[in-house]
Ligand binder design. Structure first.
Ligand SMILES: C[S@@+](CC[C@H](N)C(=O)[O-])C[C@H]1O[C@@H](n2cnc3c(N)ncnc32)[C@H](O)[C@@H]1O
Length: 226
């Protein structure tokens, strides 16, 4: 009973500022076009590659994945083409325009579900997924970011059977780049974030990769649960 009240309290206090996400991507697409929510298609492809190259993601055996902040759905296509992933892909996306594009481009794949919704408030019922991805969904600054990250990651953990993969912008490297002027871009202290993961995800093996050499601020964290 105490636990239920405690979780409920946090559930209602830590809401995603969705308006800020809409504003961020409206501005972003004006500047960069609609190339997948990233600065370029090339960057997106390199990031997808690194995000799906963890030796503990056996693509021919995985039966389901959840992609939080699935954007225009391109990661689904990448997994089918590059890794011959045959399992069920579920993407959830809060920006309606991105969701609509994903549906139009990839919605006829029977093994795919695109959810028009927000991750923290969406009820996944009893569904679980072999691997859960967050490729950029923690990249728009939220009020009380550290607590938000922890709450978000705990929900990811609860939904994932074997592991998760998370993309972050490294604050120490982002501040040296033009990205520092992007309003409401969330950047992270990677050591603090990994510390938070260890506290909530242990026992787990955590691997950190960088999008070297062109984009060292881009960090991919793979977490495999033990
Ligand atoms: C950098 S974009 C990447 C899109 C996609 N993952 C890809 O790699 O092509 C991050 C996406 O996460 C979405 N997002 C952020 N927070 C979210 C949330 N709480 N629930 C659902 N989607 C979210 C944004 O709207 C945006 O489309």
């Amino acid at each position: 009973m105490m636990v239920a009240i405690f979780l409920n309290f946090h559930y209602h206090t830590l809401k995603t500022d969705t308006q800020r996400i809409y504003d961020f991507y409206q501005h972003y697409t004006q500047v960069h076009g609609t190339s997948t929510g990233w600065s370029s298609l090339d960057y997106a492809l390199r990031l997808y590659d690194l995000s799906s190259s963890c030796p503990h993601q056996p693509w021919t055996e995985l039966t389901s994945i959840l992609d939080i902040g699935s954007g225009e759905g391109h990661f689904k296509d990448f997994l089918r083409t590059k890794h011959q992933f045959k399992g069920h892909y579920t993407g959830i996306e809060v920006v309606p325009e991105f969701h609509t594009t994903a549906l139009a481009k990839y919605g006829d794949d029977a093994q795919t579900t695109f959810i028009d919704g927000e991750f923290l408030t969406h009820d996944f019922d009893t569904n679980k997924f072999d691997w859960v991805f967050s490729l950029g969904s923690l990249s728009v600054l939220q009020p009380n970011q550290a607590k938000y990250d922890e709450f978000f990651c705990k929900k990811m953990r609860a939904l994932a059977r074997y592991g998760t993969t998370i993309y972050l912008n490294d604050a120490t490297l982002t501040c040296a780049l033009s990205l520092q002027n992007v309003k409401h871009l969330a950047t992270h202290n990677i050591d603090d974030f990994v510390h938070m993961l260890r506290q909530n995800f242990s026992p787990a093996v955590i691997e950190i990769h960088r999008l070297l050499p062109v984009a060292p601020q881009g960090v991919i964290i793979h977490v495999r649960f033990l």
